[in-house]
Design a protein around this ligand. Structure first.
Ligand SMILES: Nc1ncnc2c1ncn2[C@@H]1O[C@H](COP(=O)(O)OP(=O)(O)O)[C@@H](O)[C@H]1O
Ligand SMILES: [Mg+2]
Length: 457
């Protein structure tokens, strides 16, 4: 059994490498891709089982390697001879086997043997092969591995240049203890997603129980403004960049998320909506992973739109504007769905709950915000509950009172309600919500001001 192989390597070594790869019995070259886009396209089309990529390939990022792995390709990395940073980068990106581009036939054969022998997902790269789970398709890999002739293989432990080594284990990245993720979502029309997200996070944050609040709204990020965090705070874009370069860990993350109140860290959103393309989903997944490794609770403020825009485009490798919201919902253990208490918003909420059910199985808690008599008539509590039960079958709703002056005062001060207006009537609903999503019982709001924020970065 010989496996189909794709190459995407820089021109200087390409022809020579392809010739040597062509001489290997375990693989056969099916496409020589001119660039990364062609490689990802071929991988998406299911054309290959092995991909050879060079470190200096234009546009190569960790997310591309991950995409190849997710498509079940085995990735062999090559780097310019002597290019140690390139070699290290590939290893950091979980490329399991890396060789110099001028590797001779024996070294290449040994590298392929190792790759095919490993023949598993990247995360298992250091796992015990005898116990590793083998998914469909691994049989082919095993057969191909068996066919690799061994006479040229470098002797174990000879330390020959180009001898493939394994990628370090992911477990270096941190302990397993993972925090919870709560995504705050709501339909179009500014029902108060950000206000709820900020204040929910604030109610739950304590010095001993830190919370990260991350703004993933790619249409109108507002958390930085609501909490008066400086524009130049690095935020989620910087965290995503670090993730793409393989440099994100809890320590780095904490330098990017300033503490704005005791125990409350903020990862601000995109300062300009037109920079949404910087939030690639793979990188975001890494950012969220770093969050859950860092704190017991992560609260995500999201955009409103749930359409998966790749359905509108044939370029599946393209970033999706709603990808951040969809990634947040995917990562969430629990989703708080925010609607506003007026007839138009309630109707949107009913429709939104239907749409949401199509993209997540996470537990949902419905919060109806800005509850006031003027918008829905007398006895707004009963009216809102009745409407949601009748049209959405939702019987359990948390109601958050409208408090224009309190919310305005908090925004003006760049503070949370807990700090700026501890007596706000909106806090009762927000604390009830906090109790539901955290499982921690919060006592009724107390008066008294919390300590001022401790500054940035
Ligand atoms: N409980 C509330 N009481 C009064 N005003 C509120 C309340 N919640 C939100 N608002 C106001 O509603 C507007 C939209 O809120 P925001 O949180 O930015 O919505 P979204 O994030 O859904 O777009 C803001 O002006 C905000 O101050
Ligand atoms: Mg918002």
């Amino acid at each position: 059994m010989s496996l189909p192989l794709l190459t995407a390597v820089t021109p200087r070594f390409e022809a020579e490498l392809v010739t040597k790869l062509g001489s290997s019995r375990s693989v056969h070259v099916v496409r020589r891709c001119a660039d990364l886009a062609e490689l990802l396209g071929a991988a998406a089309a299911g054309v290959g089982r092995v991909a050879v990529v060079s470190a200096e390939l234009r546009g190569l990022e960790r997310s591309a390697i991950r995409e190849l792995h997710e498509r079940d390709l085995l990735v062999l990395g090559v780097h310019r001879p002597g290019d140690e940073p390139g070699e290290r980068m590939l290893r950091r990106w979980s490329v399991p086997v890396v060789v110099p581009a001028d590797a001779d036939q024996a070294q290449l054969d040994a590298a392929l043997a190792e790759l095919l022998d490993a023949g598993h997902a990247p995360d298992d790269a250091t796992a015990d092969h005898t116990t590793a789970d083998h998914t469909t398709g691994d049989q082919d890999v095993r057969e191909a591995a068996d066919e690799v002739t061994t006479p040229h293989t470098a002797a174990p432990g000879d330390g020959a240049r180009g001898r493939p080594e394994r990628t370090p284990s992911r477990s270096q990245e941190g302990p397993d203890a993972e925090g919870r993720v709560v995504a705050v979502w709501g339909p179009v029309g500014a029902p108060g997603r950000s206000t709820v997200a900020v204040n929910l996070a604030a109610e739950l944050a304590e010095p001993g129980q830190p919370v990260i609040l991350a703004d993933l709204d790619t249409y109108g990020a507002s958390v930085a403004q609501l909490l008066a965090v400086l524009d130049e705070a690095p935020g989620v874009a910087a965290a995503a960049r670090a993730a793409d370069q393989g440099n994100l860990n809890p320590a780095v993350l904490s330098t990017m998320a300033p503490e704005v109140a005791p125990g409350l860290r903020v990862l601000t959103g995109m300062p300009r909506p037109d920079r949404w393309t910087e939030l690639r989903e793979h990188a975001l997944a890494d950012v969220l992973a770093a969050c859950v490794q860092s704190v017991p609770l992560t609260v995500l403020d999201t955009g409103f739109c749930l359409e998966a825009d790749e359905e509108l485009s044939f370029d599946t490798a393209a970033p999706r504007r709603n990808g951040a919201t969809l990634a947040a919902l995917e990562a969430a253990d629990e989703v708080v769905v925010v609607g506003a208490a007026d007839p138009v918003s309630l109707q949107r909420l009913v429709r939104g709950l239907d749409q949401l059910a199509e993209v997540t199985d996470a537990r949902t808690t419905v919060a109806v915000n800005r509850l006031r008599a003027g918008a829905v008539g007398r006895d707004p509590t009963r009216r809102v509950r009745e409407a949601l039960e009748r049209f959405a079958g939702v019987t359990d709703v948390v109601l958050v009172a409208d408090d224009q002056s309190g919310v305005d005062a908090a925004v003006l001060a760049g503070q949370t309600l807990r700090e700026a207006r501890p007596s706000s009537p909106a806090r009762a609903g927000l604390r009830e919500l906090a109790t539901r999503v955290s499982g921690r019982v919060l006592t009724p709001p107390r008066g008294g001001r919390l300590a001022r924020r401790t500054g940035s970065i």
